[in-house]
Design a protein around this ligand. Structure first.
Ligand code: 2AM
Ligand code: CA
Ligand code: CA
Ligand code: CA
Length: 266
């Protein structure tokens, strides 16, 4: 039996809009904030509630599907067999807490390891970046065109500048060289949005020393539809189950960033 991805995307979109209205409502009240791996790694009860919202919607509609989310609502997965929803309920929690702006809901649907649906919703800007494999990528109703390359010295790269001053970061020097050589860098604080911006040609590339599958699963589906590339710093495919370095960009730029800058630790 073939799967109707258009039908599944319709549900995913409806749930994303519903989740976004819950997030917006939550901003009217004080939000309870906790720290996770370090004092700057934040989580709120809204992150957990939104993940749980998606989990229960998916369980109710598609009980045979699997779930992978940041906040541990479901048990860890050790394979991408079958259909797996990879969800970050709020990507950019620090922005959600501090700015009440610049955060996204990220929903990826993978089937036998392949990205089929990607939704990145900028809640406060009401911009939905969405794609179905083979059907193109869109911002709201506008189709994104295949990307055009720019030379590295005219490119703008998304990068969290904290990585440049992190003593333990083995890529500190290669990243400094890259920052020196590109036209400029931007730090928006939401990996999912920054990857969507690459697909939308607002950025030429995006780089992070460490991300988890829910940060990039949806964004990668968008990228593939517009001909962009994504890999680890060493050019290996992302595995969508474990954290790793992530570098995305237009094909030539991606290749150059890997081969000349971050492909080898210095
Ligand atoms: P999050 O907001 O869902 O945690 C911030 O530069 C970007 O990196 C965000 O997309 C953030 O996702 C992600 N990120 C990944 N691991 C992180 C961590 N340990 N602490 C803070 N942000 C992290
Ligand atoms: Ca987090
Ligand atoms: Ca995230
Ligand atoms: Ca998150």
């Amino acid at each position: 039996m073939s799967v109707d991805w258009l039908e599944i995307e319709k549900k995913a979109k409806a749930w994303t809009y519903e989740a976004a209205s819950l997030v917006k409502k939550s901003l009217a009240n004080p939000i309870h904030i906790e720290s996770k791996s370090n004092p700057n790694d934040l989580v709120t009860e809204v992150d957990k509630a939104i993940e749980s919202f998606f989990y229960h919607k998916i369980q109710g509609e598609f009980p045979e599907h699997f779930f992978l989310g940041e906040e541990g609502t479901a048990e860890d997965l050790d394979s991408l067999n079958g259909t797996v929803w990879i969800i970050d309920p709020i990507d950019g929690t620090m922005n959600f807490v501090h700015q009440k702006y610049n955060f996204a809901i990220s929903v990826g649907v993978y089937h036998e390891g392949k990205g089929m649906i990607g939704l990145v919703y900028d809640v406060m800007n009401d911009e939905l970046f969405h794609a179905i494999r083979g059907h193109g990528a869109y911002i709201n109703n506008e189709e994104l065109v295949p990307v055009k390359e720019r030379p590295l010295n005219e490119s703008i790269i998304g990068l969290n500048a904290k990585w440049l001053v992190e003593e333990k970061n083995p890529y500190k020097n290669p990243l400094k060289a890259l920052v020196r050589d590109v036209r400029s860098i931007r730090s928006y604080g939401s990996a999912a949005l920054e990857i969507a911006y690459v697909a939308a040609d607002r950025l030429d590339g995006y780089i992070s020393v460490r991300l988890s599958p829910w940060d990039y699963a949806a964004g990668i589906v968008l990228l593939e539809e517009v001909g962009c590339k994504a890999s680890t710093f060493h050019g290996e495919s992302l595995d969508f189950l474990t954290p790793s370095s992530v570098i995305v960009g237009k094909p030539q730029l991606h290749k150059e960033m890997v081969s000349t800058y971050v492909g080898e630790e210095l």
